[in-house]
Design a binder for this molecule. Structure first.
Ligand code: PLP
Length: 413
């Protein structure tokens, strides 16, 4: 039977449900509460029947977005959150307990690194390892290890975790495998393929793409059987055991902790998601062209980009991500070029944090997003003081190359 492709499926996702008045977009539902004709029906929804009660636990708008994310990830079910960080907190805070051990890649988003510090203070043991090598993960295993966490392409060093090897290890040991897919997006990579249990996406980045809505999502791949996972509360041990983990993430993360995505940003994200595949291909081709150009430039000492043959995990990235390498570059400037002077000379590229926007963005990583963690941890993550993080946008390729060239030439004069 014919199966619709990635973009067709997102574009027509709302219409597969009954949409009021034949609207092409699922209308936005900002209502806080949902009323029922029959009090028994209200009680049934509280007791687990599908439906809506209070918007902190979801609305028809977030449900419509979650259906799209699930389809993109090839998963079983998704829960949306107010931000990517709320989604990560929703996973860690609801599935781990005091005394549990979490193994995380050492190459992770700075705020996630900070969140792991909070978890440590709450009594969860955290070990960070070089996840580009599964043997490092294996060496960190303990009897109390419950979960392994990694990103796909790390930011800003662009290290690629041994996603396949870690997946096999987790399956062998019955560990929950959580993959932050933000930098690849489900268009380049579906972590389900390497055995991930839960997939997290920051919807604020490539999936929305337009830089005017924040959101996050957790997708259940259905591959982990939670029957033997001791931290699932009795109340959520209902129905097929492969779904228990996400039920707990939703109940605790949305209902109890309140990290809920509002209807309005959910609607904006859903519209952005329609063009993910088109934008992502352009981000990738622009980034590859820029990486190649800068790699031979006199003003540049080193370019970190998985699409360059000299990248330590180039082959792995080529195999896992279908020959596309993402939109993020790390650029170390040549000695004598001041990173602030360079950035100030850019005309098209915006000096701003954030990534995955249609516009190209750049910032001095060590002095901004990785400032708080200090020089030692930065060194462990491979973040040099002169490292510029570039989120390559969808501008015309020649304009981007020209902008970097004129800024570098200006600094070298
Ligand atoms: C941005 C980002 C997050 C957090 O997402 P927000 O939506 O900004 O909270 C998490 N992980 C990675 C890899 C990110 O780039």
């Amino acid at each position: 039977m014919h199966q619709n492709g990635f973009t067709t499926a997102i574009l027509h996702s709302d219409r597969t449900q009954a949409v009021e008045h034949g609207a092409v977009h699922k209308p936005m539902h900002p209502s806080s509460e949902y009323a029922y004709e029959d009090a028994r029906e209200l009680a049934a929804v509280f007791q687990g029947k599908a439906g809506f009660t209070y918007a902190r636990q979801g609305t028809p708008t977030t449900t419509a977005l979650e259906a799209k994310i699930t389809r993109m990830e090839g998963g079983k079910n998704s829960v949306s959150f107010a931000t990517g960080m709320a989604a990560l907190a929703g996973i860690f805070n609801t599935l781990l307990r005091r005394g549990d051990h979490l193994i995380s890649s050492q190459y992770i988003f700075g705020n996630t690194n900070s969140l792991l510090g909070t978890l440590t203070d709450l009594g969860v043991e955290v070990t960070t390892v070089d996840a580009t090598d599964v043997e490092q993960v294996r060496a960190a295993l303990r009897p109390e290890t419950r979960m392994v966490f990694t990103e796909t392409i790390a930011n800003p060093g662009t290290q690629i975790a041994d996603l396949q090897g870690i997946g096999e290890l987790c399956r062998e040991r019955g560990l929950v495998y959580v993959v932050d897919n933000t930098l690849t997006s489900p268009w380049l990579f579906q972590p389900r393929v390497v055995g991930a249990s839960l997939v997290m996406n920051s919807l604020s980045k490539y999936i929305a793409g337009h830089g005017h809505a924040l959101g996050g999502a957790v997708t259940d791949t259905g591959l982990y059987d939670w029957a033997d996972y001791r931290n699932i509360y009795e109340a959520y041990r209902k129905g097929p055991s492969t779904g228990w983990g996400l039920t707990q993430v939703k109940k605790k993360g949305l209902r109890d902790m309140g990290g809920t995505l509002a209807a309005e940003p959910a609607h904006r994200i859903a519209i952005g998601a329609e063009t993910l595949a088109l934008r992502m291909d352009r981000h990738c081709s622009n980034a590859l062209a820029l990486a190649r150009f800068l790699n031979g430039h006199a003003g540049v000492a080193k370019v970190h980009y998985p699409g360059l043959p000299g990248h330590p995990q180039h082959e792995r990235a080529a195999t896992l991500f279908g020959g596309r390498f993402g939109g993020l570059l790390g650029v170390e400037l040549a000695e004598g070029i001041d990173c602030f002077d360079f950035l100030n000379r850019l005309r098209i590229v915006l000096m701003a944090t954030h990534l995955g926007d249609t516009r190209s963005l750049a910032l001095p990583a060590a002095h901004t997003i990785y400032y708080e963690m200090g020089p030692e941890r930065r060194k462990q993550m491979g973040i040099a003081d002169s490292l510029i993080r570039v989120s390559v946008g969808i501008e015309d390729e020649a304009d981007l190359l020209h902008d970097f060239d004129q800024a570098l030439q200006g600094c070298m004069r």
